[in-house]
Ligand binder design. Structure first.
Ligand code: BV8
Length: 247
């Protein structure tokens, strides 16, 4: 695949000292993780209101956990793809690089990204609804549903940001700071439909960043992109990293 990037755009990309990327479900699609929207997306078969809201959990924690247990079991054997590895390499290309992800699958970390800003949490972490304590738990399937806190016996919930819930203020601050400071901002494999994550693209642009989109389709933020690279991120990103590393 030959990327359609003009020499001037490539030069500008190479000159960036502060870069950031916002990733979404499309980056993990080539690893086998289902996306949310689109043809085979999770929201085609499941209603977000029944499964990914605090109200749904209060109503039926067992149902919500069964869905997360199914997703955990599906993701557990999957591995990062070349797109994840290319993003991990970007830490070595740019003097400052912040990876911001909406994905909860943990595959960026598995590929070697050192400090991904996980805006929507992580499916391998649980949180006690009483104590707020966060623990890693990689058992899939879980032996008990819904799982309970070993310390106090209260319900555990997935450490994931559901619709209608506020994002962690520290995580939000890291993401917004990176978007404001970026000279180069990549938006990769996201439908840019969920707020506040999608607004990061406009914020980066308003603060002067060059915006580069990688997606198989057009999205609501395509019009903000200085460069649009149309195709699978697992193919485009390794190619892009090669170009950025070339003399
Ligand atoms: C909040 C967790 C304050 C579940 C998820 C302003 C306007 C309208 C609505 C709102 C607004 N502000 C807030 C809202 C409400 C809501 C929201 O945004 N609703 C939208 C849907 C209208 N936001 C919230 O509730 C947020 N909280 O704002 O707090 C507040 C509080 C109270 C009241 C008001 C405000 C919390 C958001 C919660 C996000 N949690 N789910 C779970 O994962 O278990 S969102 C869910 O969507 C996932 O987490 C996912 O990460 C996220 C984003 O989806 P994408 O990653 O974009 O994936 P998608 O499938 O959609 O797209 C895939 C893309 O990849 C496509 O573009 C496709 O073309 C592309 N692709 C596919 N294959 C490839 C590819 N690209 C490249 N290569 C490929 N191979």
């Amino acid at each position: 695949m030959t990327l359609n990037i003009s020499p001037g755009d490539l030069r500008r990309m190479k000159q960036a000292r502060r870069a950031a990327a916002l990733t979404g479900a499309g980056v993990s699609a080539e690893s086998g993780v289902p996306t949310f929207r689109g043809k085979d997306g999770l929201w085609r078969s499941f209603r977000a209101e029944d499964l990914a809201t605090p109200e749904a959990f209060a109503r039926d924690p067992k149902l919500v956990w069964e869905w997360y247990d199914w997703r955990r079991s599906l993701i557990a054997p999957l591995a990062p793809n070349p797109g994840h590895y290319a993003l991990a390499q970007m830490e070595k290309i740019f003097p400052r690089f912040t990876l911001i992800t909406q994905n909860v699958d943990g595959l960026h970390r598995a590929a070697g990204s050192t400090a991904p800003v996980e805006m929507h949490g992580n499916i391998w972490l649980t949180r006690c609804v009483r104590e707020g304590s966060i623990c890693e738990n990689r058992q899939a399937p879980l032996p008990e549903i819904p799982p309970r806190c070993p310390g106090c016996g209260a319900l555990l919930r997935p450490h994931i940001v559901w619709f209608g819930e506020s994002l962690d203020p520290d995580v939000l601050e890291q993401a917004f700071t990176a978007a404001r400071e970026a000279e180069l901002f990549f938006v990769i494999g996201t439908a840019a439909a969920v707020q506040p994550a999608a607004s990061l693209v406009g914020i980066a642009k308003e603060h002067g960043a060059m915006v580069v989109e990688v997606n198989v389709e057009e999205t609501p933020v395509t019009h903000l992109a200085d460069v649009s690279l149309r195709g699978p991120s697992g193919k485009i990103l390794p190619e892009l990293v090669n170009l950025l590393q070339s003399a």
